[in-house]
Design a protein around this ligand. Structure first.
Ligand SMILES: [Zn+2]
Length: 78
């Protein structure tokens, strides 16, 4: 059981790619920040998640680092 869990954890870490401002071998999917419209690149897993949310809600859930921080700060005030 312990072995399964550590396998699962290492698998999750591999999938957690940070968005980048340039195309990389892992981040090849272009997205635009939902707030400032800047171009970023996501890995396949994150991109699939973003496009799924857009399909369901018609809203772009992707925020770049700066906007996400701003968003969190204003959410903390309310
Ligand atoms: Zn932004």
């Amino acid at each position: 059981m312990t072995r399964q869990r550590s396998f699962f954890e290492s698998d999750r870490v591999e999938q957690l790619q940070q968005p980048t401002r340039y195309r990389t071998s892992a981040n090849k999917n272009e997205v635009h920040c939902g707030m400032c419209g800047d171009t970023y690149f996501l890995d396949d897993v994150s991109y699939k998640h973003v496009t799924r949310v857009i399909e369901v809600t018609l809203e772009n859930p992707f925020l770049c680092e700066g906007c996400e921080l701003e968003n969190e700060e204003s959410a903390a005030i309310h």
